[in-house]
Design a protein around this ligand. Structure first.
Ligand code: SF4
Length: 414
């Protein structure tokens, strides 16, 4: 019987990690990976709940996969179906595995993907040079617009010894770049005995990392200090790339978001850092049109983006998520105005990306060689998160070295 599975993953790095974790568990149970979505017996679609658009996209993808492979059974899992299962009736199974796919110990009713902390071990993607290591799951912050803590629960950290063991396993498998992921990695350790901090964990990991490098996923700016960034920058094993969930430059709007008033000391430090080290990449998530956001508030966000300056932006027009406080806040910004502000931010994003590319042209970069891209070219990823292409196969995937770059391309960060 055809026992082949395929994954289609939407959303954040957490979802990518969940899919990878589930894939490993299913392969251990004897399933095999389909070479293509078209030939899979089962297609597992890991969905995202972060905006209305994410839910719509997941539904659209399920329909597309149904047309692509009418014989496959489609199983929708993850945050999107946990949040709004009623939107996923087009799938054959919703957050539930058919008997043949039930995992050991499951009752067959619910797949708890994303709800618990799977073992971080055994997550080496075959033939790959980069891998994710989840150090934490869940969040205690309950920002007023965010549904994620309601879906993933409170913060649970992977103990340091387990993180170190997993890192060693990944390094032994030839992985050259480990991306530390979690719902909110800056919370790492708060729930562990003695309340260690993320920097305590990083100090242990960089000792183990050897010639490999460690990339941090999204950081919540209100939870990290200038000292944290300064220490990371001093470590050659940590990538010159920080992605911050900034969301707004207005203290009033940040307060309505339940995110404090904004870490002005951190932003002042980043301004100075970008003056002295412009090659360090700093990106930001920004929400456009949060309830109550006036033109003046939006202007503060634009000022902040320019003054640091951030090198790229991920822009999200505000999207009401039923079940969150922000969904019931007054002073809503009309959808057309949200989209207008998002457009302004995206134009700013384009300019700032171009400027960062110029800054990095003709400079030497710390590069990890990746696998071939879809055009058959050998690619590399710089420490400050840009893709580069090589003309020759002079080094294998996973090789890390410093090389002069002739021409700079676009950012890799998605
Ligand atoms: S810190 Fe991030 S994950 Fe946690 S509630 Fe706020 S936005 Fe959501």
């Amino acid at each position: 019987m055809n026992q082949s599975i395929a994954f289609h993953t939407l959303g954040c790095k957490q979802n990518q990690f969940d899919s990878q974790s589930l894939r490993v568990r299913l392969l251990e149970l004897g399933f095999r990976e389909a070479r293509k979505l078209e030939s899979a017996r089962w297609i597992i679609v890991n969905t995202c709940a972060v905006t209305n658009r994410a839910i719509a996209k997941a539904r659209g993808e399920i329909s597309r996969l149904r047309r692509l492979n009418p014989d496959a059974e489609i199983i929708a899992v993850g945050c999107g179906v946990r949040y709004q299962p009623e939107h996923f009736s087009a799938a054959d199974y919703v957050d539930t595995f058919p008997p043949a796919l039930r995992l050991k110990g499951d009752d067959g009713e619910k797949n708890e993907i994303g709800a618990d902390l799977p073992s971080p071990h055994g997550l080496i993607p075959a033939g790959r040079s980069r891998a994710m290591l989840r150090i934490q799951n869940g969040c205690d912050q309950f920002c007023s617009y965010c549904i994620v803590p309601h879906l993933r629960g409170r913060s649970r950290s992977v103990p340091a010894d387990d993180c170190i063991a997993a890192l060693r396993e990944l390094l032994a498998g030839g992985i050259a770049e480990i991306v530390l992921t979690g719902t909110n990695i800056a919370l790492w350790g708060r729930d562990l005995p003695g309340s260690p901090t993320l920097i305590d964990l990083l100090k242990s990991l960089v000792v183990e990392a050897g010639d490999s490098r460690i990339r941090l996923s999204t950081l919540e700016p209100q939870l990290i200090s200038p000292d944290f960034i300064a220490w990371c920058v001093s470590q050659p094993q940590i990538c010159r790339h920080f992605h911050l969930a900034v969301q707004s430059g207005s203290p009033r709007i940040l307060t309505r978001m339940q995110r404090g008033e904004g870490p002005s000391d951190l932003y002042g430090f980043l301004r100075d850092l970008k003056c002295s080290r412009p090659e360090i990449s700093i990106g930001a998530d920004v929400i456009a049109g949060f309830p109550g956001e006036t033109q003046a508030d939006f202007g503060l966000t634009l000022n902040l983006i320019e003054s640091i300056p951030f090198d790229y932006l991920h822009v999200f027009p505000f999207s009401e998520r039923p079940g969150t406080k922000a969904a019931n806040l007054g002073d809503r910004v009309p959808v057309s105005e949200r989209l207008k502000r998002a457009k302004v931010l995206r134009e700013r994003d384009k300019l700032q990306r171009e400027s960062f590319i110029e800054i990095n042209a003709d400079k030497s970069q710390d590069v990890v060689i990746l696998e071939r891209n879809r055009f058959g070219h050998r690619e590399g990823l710089t420490s400050n998160y840009r893709h580069v292409t090589f003309n020759d196969d002079f080094q294998p995937p996973g090789y890390r070295f410093t090389v002069p770059i002739e021409k700079c391309g676009s950012f890799a960060y998605k």
